[in-house]
Design a protein around this ligand. Sequence first.
Ligand SMILES: *[C@@H]1O[C@H](CO)[C@@H](O)[C@H](O)[C@H]1NC(C)=O
Ligand SMILES: *[C@@H]1O[C@H](CO)[C@@H](O)[C@H](O)[C@H]1NC(C)=O
Ligand SMILES: *[C@@H]1O[C@H](CO)[C@@H](O)[C@H](O)[C@H]1NC(C)=O
Ligand SMILES: *[C@@H]1O[C@H](CO)[C@@H](O)[C@H](O)[C@H]1NC(C)=O
Ligand SMILES: *[C@@H]1O[C@H](CO)[C@@H](O)[C@H](O)[C@H]1NC(C)=O
Ligand SMILES: *[C@@H]1O[C@H](CO)[C@@H](O)[C@H](O)[C@H]1NC(C)=O
Ligand SMILES: *[C@@H]1O[C@H](CO)[C@@H](O)[C@H](O)[C@H]1NC(C)=O
Ligand SMILES: *[C@@H]1O[C@H](CO)[C@@H](O)[C@H](O)[C@H]1NC(C)=O
Ligand SMILES: *[C@@H]1O[C@H](CO)[C@@H](O)[C@H](O)[C@H]1NC(C)=O
Ligand SMILES: *[C@@H]1O[C@H](CO)[C@@H](O)[C@H](O)[C@H]1NC(C)=O
Length: 805
Amino acid sequence: MDVGKSPRLVLCFFLCFSLQTHVSFGGDTISGNESLSGSQTIVSAGGNFVLGFFKPGNSSNSYIGIWYGTLPKQAVVWVANRDIPIVDSSSAELKLLDGNLVLFNESGIRIWSTNLNSASSNSTIAVLNDSGNFVLRDASNESKILWQSFDHPTDTWLPGSKLGFNKRTKVTRLLTSWKNSDDPAEGLFSFELDPNGTSQFYIYWNKTNQYWTSGTWDGRIFSLVPQMGLGNINYSYISNAEESYIIYYLNDPTTLSRVIMDITGQLKVLLIFQLPTSQQWNLGLSLPSQCEVYAYCGPFGVCNENSMHFCSCVNGYEIKSPSDWNLGDYSSGCRRSSASANGAKDKFLPLSRMKLPDNSVSMAAETAAACKVACLNNFSCNAYAWSGGCLMWTGDLLDLQQYSGDDSEGSTVYIRLAPSSSIRKIVTYVLGSVGVILLFGLAFFLIWRKRRSVVTAIADKGSLMVFGYKDLQIVTKNFSEKLGSGGFGSVFKGTLSDSTVIAVKKLESISQGEKQFRAEVSTIGMIQHVNLVRLHGFCSEGTKKLLVYDYLPNGSLDTHLFHGKEDSKVLDWKTRFQIALGTARGLAYLHEKCRDCIIHCDIKPENILLDADFSPKVADFGLAKLVGRDFSRVLTTIRGTLGYLAPEWISGVAVTVKADVYSYGMMLFEIISGRRNFQTSEDSSIDFFPSWAASKLHAEDDILTILDLKLESSEEAEELRKVCKVACWCIQDAEIHRPTMGQVVQILEGLLDVNMPPIPRTFQLFDTSEDKIFFTELSSSQNSQVGSNVSVASSQAKRTTSNHI
Ligand SMILES: *[C@@H]1O[C@H](CO)[C@@H](O)[C@H](O)[C@H]1NC(C)=O
Ligand SMILES: *[C@@H]1O[C@H](CO)[C@@H](O)[C@H](O)[C@H]1NC(C)=O
Ligand SMILES: *[C@@H]1O[C@H](CO)[C@@H](O)[C@H](O)[C@H]1NC(C)=O
Ligand SMILES: *[C@@H]1O[C@H](CO)[C@@H](O)[C@H](O)[C@H]1NC(C)=O
Ligand SMILES: *[C@@H]1O[C@H](CO)[C@@H](O)[C@H](O)[C@H]1NC(C)=O
Ligand SMILES: *[C@@H]1O[C@H](CO)[C@@H](O)[C@H](O)[C@H]1NC(C)=O
Ligand SMILES: *[C@@H]1O[C@H](CO)[C@@H](O)[C@H](O)[C@H]1NC(C)=O
Ligand SMILES: *[C@@H]1O[C@H](CO)[C@@H](O)[C@H](O)[C@H]1NC(C)=O
Ligand SMILES: *[C@@H]1O[C@H](CO)[C@@H](O)[C@H](O)[C@H]1NC(C)=O
Ligand SMILES: *[C@@H]1O[C@H](CO)[C@@H](O)[C@H](O)[C@H]1NC(C)=O
């Protein structure tokens, strides 16, 4: 049975299941002398939620919890006994006792209870509501609620439940993260309303250290979370004599949502769209960025936004608890891996581009050298920094964060290391270098011997070839035949000795070290799909970094769409549709099928290459990661790229795969029209094709008028309409409204229907009061260049709006 397809089926599945195995349950209620144990569950009336014992992650412990009844993958929204687990649920019991819900462990010890003292004996029942609320109430009076799980949330905030506090009962409702993915016990991070009475929400570390604030409520959104205004969620903040709280509702019944205080220290909005077709949680919002989470990597752990796992240890330190780190709990941090430091002969290890850690002590020292001596002479000093004044740190170093920009960013922090560990490092380093030199020597020797016969390439692990720079110089005739250039560098044509034609990309501005570069490249090399350009090999010699790809004879899509050379044939509709579909398949593979999901970040016609049969292959995937944090700067310096950038790039929030979906949508419009989306016409007015096409689509006009004039009107009006709808869905402002690439593929293949998309708000935005939010966001954006470019784009869109609508 396909559990996924219909909620009713799932409900039946659960009901039948519970009926079969445990006769006593099947309803949504625990009453009188009933009790719940083992795998028994109760299911809410509409089947939305299930309550029973569950085991989180790989843990063998059991807890009483509530999870979604309609999803195949368990997502727990509430836990009763989060701090005290049960080992064997079959002999544990949840039951009503004297008007209280009580959980007994296998030895009959009461480990959790609703703890009401004024409980009213045996007329009480416990009901699991369809909203996910577990309610203890009077059996005969529905509104006489004695206790409810919504008053005691764990890490999840569901639609219709309140976060805040009740001024009369003094009940505070706040979210607290789980300890790790296997343990729902109270973790370090909490999300709660300002106890001092303002309308701001805070995220705290260990209840004391506030590292994020929502800003105050402005009547519609919290001032520092403009993203709340997008999307389909209706938030309200209410403050009256009795209580202050926020609450939210979804306007769309086919959407499921939850907000969690995640173990990453981020507040995350998770959504499922198009129920029941889709059952995948999408990330709607995640705040703040990972390294802004206070002390995320623990003592002596360094957070870096650009490394895959964010956390690493300072040199000379090692992970204190690898098992916790594997579960996503980095809070235990790192410990010294060598002899203890703090002697007079200690050395200092400089860490550059650092945000200064918390809890510094200033010292009187006039120069950097004096600062160093001051630290050396105080045995409790673990690190110092000289930034205009002398700062030192005693005790644990918390909240270490390394920027990945250039050296001008941040400060240098000097970490104290025992002399032995620095010596050991040097020895390792020297040995390592000797090894490298020997290897290079060997490689050169081999190259020397083979030079005349074949161009050398040593197979790396996997199927990637390692090329020498000299060889690439030879095969590309000293980089004479340039195929093109883009954000990452220029591309040259070359021919190997076996007459394989290759494309060699000379990378620029690679911020990564050798080891990371190789690791990254070998990841890219393992990704193979018919709609992705295959990486053949690479060259990495000092600053010379090159990638070697298969050569594709028909060049990139832009040359066929826009430049319309006399001799090149105009791509017919059928070919364009296949290009759209193939590109979507390639991207879906990157997003969903690879081991680590890859966001391309630079989808545009220039990066879609065509083979001899005009089958598309996506180029340059994985490169955004190589270039790292500078990437957005790279993007904005390239003419034309801006038109493909999703709005979230501009607002500085974390970019997800949905940014690619946006760029893909923009490109679809260009495939349809055969022209750039932003175009200056003869009277120097600027028009914006997607806006016009969307209005045509909505007006149900003759859709063929939007098709490239170079094409004969074809019979494919329906297909065109479909592609146009997909394009319009892809460029919705809110990521959450854009389809996944997987869904795009299904729609184009005809497996999934597509509704009429709303006209994206950015097209309409600029005449309403809402543009204020948009521009506030821009002016606070760090990258002023992006800001100014975008405001140009906005006025373009505005003009178009008045031209065409
Ligand atoms: C409650 O207990 C009484 C006696 O112990 C039993 O007769 C009755 O059936 C029980 N009720 C339920 C709903 O199990
Ligand atoms: C459970 O353990 C398996 C194998 O040990 C591991 O692959 C998997 O990621 C773990 N799952 C969780 C949720 O920790
Ligand atoms: C039941 O709970 C008590 C108190 O927490 C504990 O001491 C006891 O070991 C538990 N029994 C089992 C079998 O876990
Ligand atoms: C509670 O149950 C007992 C018998 O089990 C009954 O005599 C008594 O009237 C009940 N009390 C209420 C308040 O319903
Ligand atoms: C129960 O759920 C319904 C909708 O599912 C909601 O309107 C109602 O307020 C909920 N009741 C309680 C006590 O949570
Ligand atoms: C039900 O309980 C509510 C709240 O306690 C009370 O106001 C109402 O009068 C009760 N209704 C009945 C029929 O007892
Ligand atoms: C809240 O009030 C207390 C004392 O009234 C004050 O110490 C604290 O700084 C205030 N917190 C914030 C976040 O304003
Ligand atoms: C959190 O704070 C408590 C005291 O409030 C302290 O005992 C504990 O060590 C702190 N936890 C961490 C990880 O620092
Ligand atoms: C949002 O919720 C509030 C309170 O429930 C309601 O008054 C308002 O009409 C809702 N707005 C929309 C757009 O649904
Ligand atoms: C080291 O510095 C700390 C902070 O300034 C100070 O409290 C402590 O007394 C100093 N210890 C020594 C041995 O100088």
